[in-house]
Design a protein. Structure first.
Length: 184
């Protein structure tokens, strides 16, 4: 993996790499990826789950039981379920979001894709996502998997991150640039 040395630099990356290698060796990359996507959605939607993941006050055994219950309710892949159990036992649930992101990066690299994070002021339609994906594929020269987010604070336009490169065409940035130019 070309990205693995950079990913290994962080604790979240090392856990993600270990999970990725297990999933790859067992032919479960897709099922583990789907399970982690479900966990990511649950983290975004369920405040109690976010609290469980981020709170150092939750006892280790309580966290393990809660994670097992969540994994069962989300019908997660057995490998992903075991992974969450290990995180709870090692008190590493606070790194889960970074682990999921690193796992997604490893999967994209494995598939020969480039990951792009797209932030828009409003949800993008399927047609807009497809057109943007095509434009980015042309620009980068390889397949691009998009992760879309909505942030009304950018007011309009898009902010696209591909690796360390950022393309910011948001109205907020344009207004800030204009304000700086007017100050002289």
């Amino acid at each position: 993996m070309e990205n693995s040395s950079g990913i290994q630099a962080s604790l979240a990356g090392r856990y993600a790499l270990a999970l990725f290698e297990l999933a790859r060796d067992n032919g479960q990359i897709d099922s583990v990826g789907q399970s982690l996507a479900a966990v990511k959605s649950a983290l975004a939607e369920v405040a109690d789950f976010r609290t469980l993941v981020s709170s150092p006050l939750v006892a280790r055994d309580a966290a393990e039981k809660a994670v097992a219950g969540i994994a069962a309710s989300l019908k997660l892949d057995p490998l992903a379920t075991k992974f969450l159990g290990v995180l709870a036992a090692n008190r590493r649930l606070d790194k889960l979001t970074g682990m999921i992101r690193a796992f997604e990066t490893l999967v994209s690299a494995h598939k020969g894709e480039t990951r792009a994070e797209v932030t828009s002021a409003f949800p993008l339609t399927d047609d807009q996502v497809a057109a943007l994906s095509q434009q980015l594929r042309t620009r980068v020269g390889r397949e691009v998997s998009l992760e879309t987010k909505v942030d009304p604070a950018i007011m309009g336009g898009l902010v696209v991150r591909i690796g360390s490169q950022m393309i910011d065409s948001s109205i907020r940035t344009r207004l800030n640039t204009l304000a700086q130019a007017m100050k002289g």
